[in-house]
Design a protein around this ligand. Sequence first.
Ligand SMILES: Nc1ncnc2c1ncn2[C@@H]1O[C@H](COP(=O)(O)OP(=O)(O)OP(=O)(O)O)[C@@H](O)[C@H]1O
Ligand SMILES: [Mg+2]
Length: 404
Amino acid sequence: MNGDGTGLPLHSLNPFMPGAGKQPPELVGRAHDMELMDRMIARTKLGLLDRGVIYSGLRGMGKTVLLLKLNDMASAQGLATVQIEANGDAAAEYEELFHELSLAVMRMRRSDIRQRLSGVFSHVQSISLDFVLGSATIDLDGEGAEKRTIRASSYRLELLIEGLAEELKKTGSGLFLFVDEFQDMSSEVMMTLITVQHRMGQRDLPFCIIGAGLPNLPGVLTKVRSYAERLFAYRDIGRLGDGAVADGFQKPVRKLGYSFDDKALSRLIGLAQGYPYFIQAYGKATWDASDSNPITVAAVERGEPVARTELDQGLYMSRWQRATPLGREYLAAMAAVGERCTSAQVAKHMKRSVSDLSSIRLSLIELGLVYSPERGRVDFTVPGMDEFIRRAMPAESQSYDRRS
Ligand SMILES: Nc1ncnc2c1ncn2[C@@H]1O[C@H](COP(=O)(O)OP(=O)(O)OP(=O)(O)O)[C@@H](O)[C@H]1O
Ligand SMILES: [Mg+2]
């Protein structure tokens, strides 16, 4: 596209942003979540406490960008905020938490608050934990020493959050902790955070966890601490309605003085299937393929194969390649069975027993490629993965068709 009179090549103005965690030009369909956040912020400032919030949804549904947005809202209102991404390594997760908490303190605008919060940090660091951990005079082997450090971090984190929340409460503020990929968190750190959330609630201190993760997240939290069920409000983050999808395409281009005509827009809505990642992918390819204003369906058609190739390479192929050969066989069998498949159907398709395949199923879950929406069922974490496998890996999916 070119010719807007600015002299800039229009490629460089492309507003769409496909990619994990990339803030979209227009965050559509999340007004309700933002309203709830506004209310939580207002209540926190009044000293009233709400439950934490857990968002769960498939890959590319917009969990990360929503957390970033809610975080911005809270920090703009003077709350202390921290955002971390879980990775399953307890020591690294504690380190990130302490690091991010110290940055949150430094980011506080009022210097008197900043000073008092740094005081809490120094105090917590100076406390000796020998009393609760037992003295370390006996030589500990590597593993024992590591466990001791992890336990010490757990105590320190609790003391730190408690101390910070007490100080923040005095000034009508609070601490919000945003945790992305929460389902991947090490059970030690997850347990500590849930316990802290619980205790802060009992003591009426303003600390709140807002977490996001795959659809198995609520189950993972409850398994670690059964009372996690009552501690959080659970929200699904799923496909967007057509109105929101239309806004997701139209609003960003309108801001640049362009528009999609009706036919182009309805074709794009059909392609997006309510999936935020697709809005960005098809929006970007259409813009690049367009040479008119309004943008027509011809541009959508020219852009479509480009977007599809990019999605195949960026979204799907990288995930496919992460799996082992046996893992790929399992994925291909899932794709061949179709939607809402059970582990039993997959096993039958592969002419194996369910127990034979349980370790491969587990490794695919650990890789974040599949999840179990309910007992006995398996599903892809990325929308459209089944279609990709059938389309791009016909050999693999067909080899099972022949055998079955
Ligand atoms: N509400 C929205 N409106 C428009 N675009 C969105 C919206 N939410 C997300 N997107 C776009 O979709 C893509 C995926 O978003 P994001 O990375 O936040 O998803 P995610 O759920 O965190 O995925 P993953 O599980 O892979 O981490 C990004 O390109 C982002 O710009
Ligand atoms: Mg994400």
